[in-house]
Structure formats: structure tokens, C-alpha cells
Ligand binder design. Sequence first.
Ligand code: PRP
Length: 183
Amino acid sequence: MEAEHVDDDLTEVVLTEEQIQRRTTELAQEIERDYAGKELLLVGVLRGAVMVMADMARSLKRHVEMDWMAISSYGTGTSSSGVVRILKDLDTDINGKHVLVVEDIIDTGLTLSYLLSNLASRGPASTEVFTLLRKPEAQRMAVKVKYVGFDIPNDFVVGYGLDYAERYRNLRCVGTLAPHVYS
Ligand code: PRP
């Protein structure tokens, strides 16, 4: 759906579908160069990364493997605690593989920090991170992220995989949620 289909729930469209696609294509070209001659496994973090994974993977003009993890943060609804539980693990043994973790957003960095140390213990050849969005002002844990689509302000954004109460994930753009929706 488009911004016009959610009435006045958005105060602003932060990124249009076109901006997202253009940047995704640029980063896909970087990934093609960086991993030339190497096998690559994309690991999507459910559920927010579904749209990012689908579009980024299809932008790549090469073979990749794709796998998924589902993790749950013991947080207070809107903020994560950094204590993470694996709900669905990888089906793939990543030992010796080049892994690229695909995220929709890095907020505090706590989820990713846990995930990266967990993956590192499995002996991959390399681990890097791709995220469409990053909120530098919200960061509490420093994580090395090789591919960043956009740095955005610390506002409540939804769309393109990102939800509020499981809604808005199927919005084509990314927008700032109006306070009247969540207050
Ligand atoms: C989001 C996002 C990251 C995490 C980032 O997932 O996909 O995994 O939060 O937050 P952090 O940097 O503060 O740890 P969420 O827990 O909302 O689950 P979802 O992907 O299923 O919506």
C-alpha cells in the first residue's frame, strides 16, 4: 500500500519507494564488487527485513544463498533490552561461509550486537551487516555496519517491513508515524 492508503497516520514520508530502490541498487553493486569470486549467504532477520531482503537479493546480478533467523528481544514493547532469544535459528551451517546479515533498521544496536557475537561463535569466513536504516542518535552499542542505506533521525518510523502493532509493514514507503496513532 501507499501513504495515501493510511489516511493521516503519517506525519511525513521519510523515504519514497523510488529512493529506497535507487539506494538498494547502489549498495547491491557494492556487494557484487566486494564479494566477487566468493560464495555469499544472506541472513535475513525476521520479520522486519523481509522487504529489504527481497529487493536487495533481487538487485544482485549473481547467485546468493538466503536463510532466515527470528529473534525476540526481551524489551518493553518499543525499546529492546539487548537480551535476545532465538525463536528460529538458521537452517544453514555457516562455518567457513561469507555471511551478510540483512536488517531493516538498527536502533540501539543491541539486537545486532547479540546476533553478531552469536554468529561469530559458529566460525564463518566473514560476517558483515547490511541495513536499510540506522538511527545514530539511538545507538547504545557500537556495531560495525558495512552497508547502510540511510541514517535517519530518532523518530518512530514505519513501512517497508517496519511495523507498529504489526501494521504498516506492507507500506511501500518509510514514514514517520503520527503521535495520535500510538498515544
Ligand atoms: C527491529 C529490527 C531489528 C531491531 C533493532 O526488530 O528489525 O532487529 O528491532 O533494534 P535495536 O537496534 O534497538 O536492537 P523488532 O524487534 O521490531 O522485530 P520485527 O523485525 O519482527 O518487527
